[in-house]
Write a protein that binds this ligand. Structure first.
Ligand SMILES: Cc1cc2nc3c(=O)[nH]c(=O)nc-3n(C[C@H](O)[C@H](O)[C@H](O)COP(=O)(O)O)c2cc1C
Length: 213
């Protein structure tokens, strides 16, 4: 253990800066609108890559796995968080074997964390999309996380991918929706009076509970 590193980390406590407040008493009945409000706040505050989230899954042996990916949409009707990924990848296979996941995002400039857990539904990208002009970008997927032969091989596939419309799922990608069972909003406070609000879905709708921070 490096004493110098330990000292440096102690000297840098997180969230010691001005942060927004969060009045949990005025939170909406469902979590998706609050998430969108916080995401819009993060975009307005120019948090870099505010739409990048961490997706956690578990492999068939029960070993947890996590990686970051881009959040593509939030569907309030399903309380669903949408992302695109290659079904033929470790995460795709983990989701096929056990279609449940957790998604986490932290926006440092605002001291805000959101945690979403639930079931994951998948839908193949619509057929029309697979005939898009970016179809050659398919060469980028179907091989994710496999060993790469050479940098040049990747460069060629990447150049082709650049031609694709970024608003459309990459051909070959699956559209996944994480349907929330619980969503926790966490607002950090520089004086450590953090606020945590958990939404829980039941047959009769959503309930809200304040948690000890
Ligand atoms: C900023 C950023 C954005 C990413 N966006 C995605 C994405 O939208 N979909 C995706 O499948 N992988 C995305 N990745 C790559 C994943 O983090 C991961 O490396 C890849 O999906 C392989 O994961 P797996 O081996 O667990 O299947 C992104 C990586 C970074 C750093």
């Amino acid at each position: 253990m490096s004493e110098e590193l330990v000292r440096e980390l102690i000297a840098r406590p997180p969230m010691v800066r001005e942060l927004p407040g969060f009045d949990a008493g005025r939170a909406p009945e469902e979590p998706a609108p609050l998430f969108v409000e916080w995401l819009r706040g993060a975009l307005a505050a120019e948090v870099p890559d505010a739409q990048v989230v961490t997706l956690s899954t578990v492999d068939p042996e029960g070993m947890p796995d996590a990686r970051v990916l881009v959040l593509r949409d939030v569907d309030p009707a399903r309380s669903g968080w949408v992302f695109w990924a290659d079904a033929d990848s470790p995460k795709g296979r983990q989701l096929a074997a056990g279609p449940r996941a957790a998604m986490t995002v932290y926006w440092p400039q605002l001291g805000r964390q959101v945690r979403v857990r639930g079931a994951v539904r998948s839908a193949p990208a619509p057929a029309a999309l697979t005939r898009s002009p970016g179809a050659r970008a398919a060469s980028l997927v179907g091989r994710q996380s496999e060993p790469l032969g050479s940098a040049a091989e990747y460069d060629a596939a990447f150049t082709a991918a650049l031609a694709a419309d970024p608003a459309l799922p990459v051909p070959g990608h699956t559209v996944y929706t994480l349907e929330a069972a619980t969503v926790e909003f966490w607002q950090g406070d520089p004086s450590r009076r953090h606020v945590r609000l958990r939404y829980e879905r039941s047959a009769s709708g959503w309930s809200r509970t304040l948690l000890w921070p």
